[in-house]
Design a protein around this ligand. Structure first.
Ligand code: MG
Length: 252
């Protein structure tokens, strides 16, 4: 009887653990003194805070370097049409360098308890998007981070290429909010990652996703009420610029 009870308590704990909403720092944990979005310090802050994930945006420069920057502009330059050296010469607002994906992966490897959530930005041709996807996958593999990275994209083609060329078990979530959970499942994605507005219009998509075995991530939720809604409605992940408030509500 005692064993059964212990087993029941264990199972309950595991279920509770799985059901707990987790925090993803949007463009890293930048809401601290001296940090900025998509900087190496924002990734370090997210790791130090112990959040589930740190999100970043990836663009390819004109000379083929994968950089962490939201774009489409960096200062006065179009990121995807400018060479790396020119972009790198323009420091971030806090004086940090504009990081490459490679530098981000080296930092990610130092503490894999925090996943790196890679958003691949749209590029101007399908061929370029395929190359970007393949180069990112190759680099992640090289750094032995295959199980510590998850992928998101607004463009369906990018998600499809990730599923097509990625390793078995790759985590891919679609951002654009235009596809039903069932359709995403059919495409081989592992989750939906939709805006707060879309999810409020389709709150049933949370349960639908879970029934299909998909994860639900909601972006970008910064105010306490919105964060509470996500937690109450059992979203798996909240992507936020305000990790401190999300962590507070989750008792972290
Ligand atoms: Mg992003």
């Amino acid at each position: 009887m005692k064993k059964l009870l212990t087993l029941a308590v264990c199972l309950f704990s595991v279920t509770a653990l799985c059901a707990q909403t987790q925090v993803i720092a949007h463009r890293g944990y930048h809401a601290t003194k001296n940090s900025v979005r998509n900087s190496l310090s924002a990734l370090v802050n997210a790791q130090d805070a112990g959040v589930y994930g740190s999100e970043c945006d990836i663009n390819e420069t004109a000379d083929g370097v994968l950089v962490v920057v939201h774009g489409p502009m960096h200062e006065k330059y179009r990121v995807q049409e400018t060479d790396f050296a020119t972009l790198r010469a323009q420091t971030l607002a806090n004086g940090e360098i504009l990081p490459t994906l490679e530098e981000y992966l080296v930092q990610a490897k130092k503490n894999t308890a925090t996943k790196l959530i890679i958003e691949i930005k749209d590029h101007n041709t399908p061929a370029r998007e395929t190359r970007v996807v393949k180069n990112i996958l190759k680099m992640v593999k090289k750094h032995k981070l295959v199980n510590d990275v998850e992928y998101i994209a607004f463009r369906q083609f990018v998600c499809d290429e990730l599923v097509k060329w990625g390793p078995k078990g790759i985590k891919v979530a679609y951002l654009n909010g235009t596809l039903t959970p069932e359709y995403c499942k059919g495409l081989g994605y592992t989750g939906i990652d939709y805006s707060f507005k879309v999810m409020q219009q389709h709150p049933n998509w949370i349960k639908e996703s879970h029934d299909l075995g998909l994860t639900v991530n909601i972006w970008t939720v910064n105010d306490p009420e919105g964060i509470k809604w996500c937690i109450d409605n059992k979203a798996d992940y909240i992507t936020t610029d305000n990790p401190a408030e999300a962590m507070r509500q989750l008792g972290m």
